[in-house]
Design a protein around this ligand. Structure first.
Ligand SMILES: NC(=O)c1ccc[n+]([C@@H]2O[C@H](COP(=O)([O-])OP(=O)(O)OC[C@H]3O[C@@H](n4cnc5c(N)ncnc54)[C@H](O)[C@@H]3O)[C@@H](O)[C@H]2O)c1
Length: 279
């Protein structure tokens, strides 16, 4: 099958890679050419790592050979599945989905990788609401098995069935969620991260001990503050703001410490500084 992924950043490149690994022809599209070249080298590195672990069924060259890189959205025209993975900004997603609608095959399924924007809201920008749904992958995509499949009020049941099959076929293990803010994953994860930050803010325990509590006491692979650093503190802040706004519930209110850290440029791993330092 021919698959397009629009947005070749952290998530888009991983999504493109897993489709290519499963034998699909992939067009990875980004408006930024530098992003496309970094995606290309990242995918090669990721495939080499998987190859060293004996996890690839065929040569790196044949997988890479199925991925094309493009900066033109018109190139989606032959794709049967199109996944949008551009910035988490509603106006950018609106513009992108409108262009996708213009060029896509009328039968193509269109998925969005949004983490926090309503699927019903985004469906307004798609020509053919019944073929649109949320396909929420997790970072790093080649490693994480989960995909949340989120339907709008108008998503066709047959489209959901097709996407479920495709996700299983590319090695993912999907769960289904209604279109409520944060779906399942972030609705439950973000209040945990928030409470961990408040516990730290109030000086109840050190960051290391808060995380150790979850690693050793609950068998989590990472504690909540380590995980917040990994996700990106700016991303955590933005998602909490959306959840707080949409549910109006104080259990989602972004902590002041989190706001201060983000404003100061402490974004977690990606800026080498968050609850921990990474150098
Ligand atoms: N990073 C994560 O851990 C994570 C996890 C799950 C879901 N998500 C979601 O995935 C989406 C992408 O996140 P990301 O972390 O990969 O972002 P990113 O910033 O790494 O990449 C976004 C890319 O979109 C490109 N882009 C912007 N406008 C475009 C357009 N009109 N056409 C083509 N490309 C365009 C940008 O150049 C950029 O390379 C967001 O909706 C985010 O919420 C992210």
């Amino acid at each position: 099958m021919n698959v397009s992924v629009v947005g070749a950043g952290t998530m888009g490149r991983g999504i493109g890679q897993v489709f290519a690994q499963a034998g699909h022809d992939v067009i990875l599209i980004d408006i930024n050419r530098n992003v496309l070249s970094s995606a290309e080298s990242n995918i090669k590195e990721s495939l080499s790592r998987l190859n060293r672990k004996g996890l690839l069924k065929e040569s790196i060259e044949s997988i890479i050979g199925r991925i094309k890189y493009s900066s033109s959205l018109e190139d989606i025209k032959n794709s049967k599945i199109i996944i949008e993975a551009v910035f988490e900004k509603i106006e950018i997603k609106k513009e992108t989905l409108e262009i996708i609608s213009k060029h896509a095959d009328p039968q193509a399924i269109i998925g969005t990788n949004t983490s926090s924007i309503s699927i019903n809201t985004l469906s307004q920008y798609v020509n053919g609401k019944e073929r649109f749904l949320g396909t929420h992958f997790f970072n790093p995509v080649p490693v994480m098995k989960l995909v949340e499949i989120i339907t709008s009020e108008r998503t066709d049941g047959k489209v959901v069935e097709t996407i479920e099959k495709v996700m299983i076929e590319i090695g993912k293990d999907p769960v289904f969620s209604k279109d409520f803010p944060g779906f399942v994953s972030n609705r439950i994860l973000m209040p945990l991260i928030r409470e961990a930050i408040l516990t730290f803010e109030q000086g109840v325990a050190s960051a290391a001990d808060i995380d150790k509590t979850f690693r050793l006491g609950m068998n989590h692979p990472m504690g909540p503050l380590e995980l917040a650093d990994f996700v990106g503190l700016d991303v955590c802040y933005d998602v909490l703001e959306v959840l707080y706004r949409d549910y109006g519930d104080p259990r989602f209110k972004p902590p002041i410490t989190l706001k201060n850290m983000v404003t100061a440029g402490k974004l977690g791993r990606k800026s080498s500084e968050g609850f921990y330092t990474y150098r």
